[in-house]
Design a protein around this ligand. Structure first.
Ligand SMILES: *[C@@H]1O[C@H](CO)[C@@H](O)[C@H](O)[C@H]1NC(C)=O
Ligand SMILES: *[C@@H]1O[C@H](CO)[C@@H](O)[C@H](O)[C@H]1NC(C)=O
Ligand SMILES: *[C@@H]1O[C@H](CO)[C@@H](O)[C@H](O)[C@H]1NC(C)=O
Length: 617
């Protein structure tokens, strides 16, 4: 007997029943659509934001990075059997937004190593890797160093951590031939025209990068396919610029784009031979792409076939992974995958991410219910949390308003345990509150409507104040203000195992989840779901405190304007528009500049607490 089965068995016992994290809910059976294979196939992740442990309160997305590694190993073996090729890509924003990343000091102590256990063929940076100097330095020191061939930075430079010299973050492009068919690939890796980075990195506008001599030379290479990955949304001026530049030299070569940043599932047709796929966010989705009819070395492989681009959005759970590989709980986990799952479990344990602060009495949603409403997380914030945590310690308290950007609460709160992990999911940022005192009410009351009118009002004046940074990123990808689907039901999320019916989709009770409509139609999701509703929320919300409540009492003359520090530039701009010029010097810390996240933890413990810090709800 070899050691390997023993190690696997030990792993299975330490983890959940079949991989995943110990506390992950069991995946739910649902009607599935198959993965279409082509000559060249891709698995693509984006905007994982540290969610390598999967979703521990949503069974639909409960597989972890280790399960994804096992899945990839099986799919690569399948590609070998079929004589086709499979490439694995990731388009950035791997940091910020989950306790597994944010809970360590320094941040990312565990995640970089776990990430590197996946065999990735092409990866690039997102904007979140560049907000802070230590984050981008660690990206350079660790992730670029681990993937020197695979990491592409077509438009990013960094000041070298030791020499201080400005150098490319990584290589500008990559050429290689695929393993089984020798398909000649040329790959680029872009970041959108981002301006919010720290001063140790440099992002060249994509529209300028495509004019660089190295890029102009690269697109003149005779290759079988261009693969353009980027932290760039599918429908974007940046990708239009890359597309036009490549097409000006290659009218006929297929181009496969991979996207990121706007946190939604999306697929865009640029022309008959150029498509872009974006795989959602937070390890909810693994994108599958297959390209067929590629001419290898100019030779048509199968003239009958013609070119075909097909996509699938895989829900990240073991039910689907078993289905797509034809394996089961005992045959699916690989040693490498199991190792990664164990590393995640041990990191979660050492950071005590399962520590319970309280019990949420109900669900509170970011975009699934309208604001204001009793189930909106922003109504909870404005009506309950802010008035509690922003009551000054020294009364009497003056009338005051508090302004909070909706993008500052990153995720839903689910009924049940509110853990240390939950805290990072909801509020991964180190934000604190600031105040401008005694602002005339005539000006203060215009701040909210001005910031929410956003783009139109500030366009000329706001310079690099990018409005998208205020609201939840997933709103970027949603055009309409109206409700996507009124018919959604929310009740059956979570552990409830549903039996798979007689095989006909219309007989099976569907679990709510993504029902994507994109340039390829409505059949992209690998799992048939009942639709979820999506409501746009404003850029910022406002809480009013200490206002006269009696009818007939006039509005206050002046108020204190309290705000989360992130929105300070917008507050100053809005007040200027409202006719009151304030300077940075007029802004003070609120109550010693305590962090919002720790105030939230205290609030949860006080309002929803159970006292013992252990156990379930
Ligand atoms: C990156 O590596 C350099 C050289 O070893 C080191 O001086 C620097 O502190 C590292 N940066 C981070 C953030 O770890
Ligand atoms: C999984 O599949 C293998 C091989 O087909 C089979 O021997 C085993 O009993 C199955 N295990 C489970 C848990 O279904
Ligand atoms: C799994 O982890 C162990 C201990 O960390 C290590 O010795 C082994 O090489 C790993 N195996 C694989 C396949 O990664």
């Amino acid at each position: 007997m070899t050691m390997q089965p023993l190690i696997l068995l030990a792993g299975l016992l330490a983890l959940g029943v079949d991989g995943s994290q110990p506390s992950a809910p069991k995946p739910v059976a649902a009607p599935m659509r198959e993965l279409p294979w082509g000559q060249l196939n891709f698995l693509a992740t984006t905007d994982t934001h540290g969610w390598l442990g999967g979703h521990l309160q949503e069974s639909q997305y409960s597989a972890d990075w280790g399960d994804y590694i096992s899945f990839t190993e099986h799919m690569r073996a399948d590609a070998d059997r079929r004589g086709v090729d499979l490439l694995v890509v990731d388009t950035g924003d791997r940091v910020d937004g989950n306790g597994l990343y944010d809970g360590s000091a320094p941040k990312g102590l565990y995640t970089n190593n776990i990430l590197q256990r996946q065999d990735i063929d092409i990866l690039c940076s997102g904007n979140h890797e560049l907000y802070k100097i230590p984050t981008s330095e660690r990206e350079y020191n660790e992730t670029v160093a681990a993937f020197p061939e695979q990491y592409i930075a077509s438009n990013i430079d960094i000041l070298h951590p030791t020499t201080g010299q400005r150098v490319p973050l990584s290589r500008r492009y990559r050429q290689f031939k695929t393993k089984n068919q020798g398909i000649h690939v040329l790959a680029f890796g872009f970041l959108f025209d981002f301006t919010g980075n720290a001063h140790n990195t440099f992002v060249q506008r994509v529209e300028d990068t495509v004019k660089e001599p190295w890029f102009q030379q690269a697109i003149r290479e005779h290759v079988d396919i261009f693969v353009v990955i980027g932290h760039v949304p599918p429908h974007s001026p940046e990708y239009q610029a890359v597309f036009s530049a490549i097409r000006s030299q290659n009218w006929d070569t297929p181009i496969q784009f991979f996207s990121g940043h706007s946190h939604v599932r999306d697929f865009a047709k640029l022309d008959d031979k150029a498509y872009a796929l974006q795989s959602g966010r937070y390890m909810e989705t693994v994108g599958w792409m297959s390209v067929d009819g590629i001419k290898i070395g100019g030779k048509e492989v199968d003239a009958e076939r013609g070119m075909k681009f097909q996509r699938r959005y895989i829900d990240n759970n073991l039910f689907g992974y078993h289905h797509h590989t034809g394996l089961n709980a005992s045959t699916f986990p690989t040693e490498r995958g199991m190792n990664a799952s164990l590393a995640i479990a041990s990191a979660r344990k050492s950071m005590k991410l399962d520590k319970v602060f309280g019990c949420a009495p109900q669900d509170f949603w970011v975009n699934r219910t309208p604001y204001p409403s009793p189930t909106s997380i922003f109504s909870l914030l404005v009506d309950s949390i802010l008035p509690d945590i922003l009551t000054p310690t020294d009364p009497p308290s003056k009338p005051r308003i508090a302004i909070f950007n909706t993008g500052g609460l990153r995720f839903d709160i689910f009924k049940g345990t509110f853990t240390k992990d939950t805290t990072y999911l909801i509020s991964p940022f180190d934000n604190s509150f600031r105040v401008i005192r005694d602002v005339p009410w005539e000006a203060a009351k215009k701040v909210l409507p001005l910031i929410n009118a956003g783009g139109h009002v500030f366009a000329a004046d706001s310079g690099s104040l990018e409005e998208w940074r205020l609201a939840p990123p997933q709103q970027m990808g949603v055009q309409s203000d109206t409700v996507a689907e009124e018919t959604a039901t929310h009740s059956s999320r979570g552990g409830a195992q549903m039996p798979l019916g007689g095989g006909r989709e219309d007989e099976v009770p569907l679990i709510p989840g993504y029902t994507t409509s994109d340039d390829g139609g409505k059949d992209g999701d690998d799992t048939a779901h009942a639709p979820l509703s999506f409501y746009r929320v404003p850029n910022v919300v406002e809480s009013r405190m200490g206002f006269p409540t009696d009818v007939g009492v006039p509005e206050p003359e002046a108020v204190d304007v309290v705000f989360v520090d992130f929105v300070e530039p917008w507050i100053l701009l809005a007040l200027r528009f409202a006719g009151r010029g304030y300077e940075k010097g007029d802004v003070q810390e609120w109550e010693g500049g305590r962090g919002f996240t720790s105030m939230l933890v205290e609030w949860v413990a006080e309002r929803w607490g159970k006292g013992d810090g252990e156990g379930g709800c």
